[in-house]
Design a protein around this ligand. Structure first.
Ligand code: ATP
Length: 293
């Protein structure tokens, strides 16, 4: 049996770093939403064991791939519960989501694997159990299993549905830099984060201000200063994009992807076409996409 699935990317509309736990993990408050940009995943069931291949140079095949680790975790957990292993699976990933882009590509692939295998095995695990398994693979994995826009706190695992997002279109740019999430967190200067004067309303008010288009408030990402000092290419593309689009541009997650928000598909399309034409020859990659609500 062959099954094809889309594995969607996410963006962080805002992201505040609110603390650091004794185990070294950072606590966040972030509004996360999936977007239409997606990898294509193909699952072939049968035989024994797990095989994973990916068509992207920066993404490993086999055991180092997060999709493999998700399948191995599912197999182990299934065996513990049912007393035997499920049928084997071969997984092929066609990457569209920029790698190291702060768009959660690897986490999304891992979540898709957990959900597809669980469905294939007659839903032996509940959604909450699956999210618990996902968290052991990465902080963003539970969000993709949750499956709707969410306010994320804790290390990203405490998720609260955020149903009030309007229709939003995005012009998204991969500035041609792959950012390391762990390096960006290590380089974080706590004197520059919002942890002292932040509560969730700060982010939501900034979002409302942004959506009203009155420019009073700006969305914010506490990881931006760190990412831009490690990868100056992010800052220069952001500035260029803000000048060309005449609007605020934000970084998603730990970078490197940058995005601008639009209310209408036509304005977004015009902006996308202008950037795509202007940057056709370079290393930057531009996408036209929208929020999944
Ligand atoms: P996050 O913000 O969730 O940390 P990201 O979007 O910045 O992630 P990813 O694209 O998920 O970054 O990739 C980060 C690293 O994970 C890369 O070094 C990549 O080689 C490795 N990786 C392993 N498996 C995958 C996968 N299935 N898809 C993407 N990257 C993967």
């Amino acid at each position: 049996m062959i099954l094809k699935k889309k594995s969607f990317a996410k963006i962080n509309l805002f992201l505040y770093v609110t603390g650091k736990r004794s185990d070294g993990f950072h606590e966040l408050s972030s509004l996360m939403a999936q977007i239409d940009l997606a990898d294509e995943m193909e699952f072939v069931f049968g035989g024994n064991g797990i095989r994973v291949t990916c068509d992207h140079l920066l993404v490993p095949d086999g055991k180092m791939n997060l999709a493999y680790r998700a399948a191995a975790l599912f197999f182990k957990s299934y065996e513990k519960k049912m007393g035997h292993f499920p049928l084997g699976v071969s997984i092929q990933i066609k990457k569209q989501i920029p790698v190291g882009g702060g768009l959660g590509g690897g986490s999304s692939n891992a979540a898709t694997v957990l959900m597809v295998l669980n469905e294939y095995c007659s839903a032996v695990f509940s959604r909450v159990e699956l999210m618990g398994l996902g968290l052991t693979l990465g902080a963003d994995v539970p969000f993709f299993i949750f499956g709707m826009p969410a306010l994320a706190t804790g290390v990203g695992e405490r998720l609260e549905k955020y149903p009030d997002l309007p229709e939003l279109y995005l012009v998204l740019c991969d500035p041609g830099v792959s950012a390391s999430t762990s390096d960006v967190f290590k380089n974080l200067d706590f004197r520059l984060t919002s942890r002292r004067n932040y509560n969730m309303n700060t982010g939501l008010n900034a979002l409302l201000g942004e959506l009203r288009g009155d420019g009073r408030e700006k969305l914010h990402n506490d990881l931006e200063v760190s990412a831009c000092s490690l990868y100056p290419g992010i800052a220069s593309v952001k500035e260029e994009m803000e000048v060309l689009l005449k609007r605020n541009v934000y970084m998603s997650g730990s970078g490197s992807s940058l995005f601008a928000l639009f209310f209408g598909p036509d304005d977004a399309k015009k902006a996308y076409e202008m950037l795509a034409k202007k940057w056709a020859k370079g290393y930057k990659n531009v996408f036209l996409t929208s929020l999944r609500r």
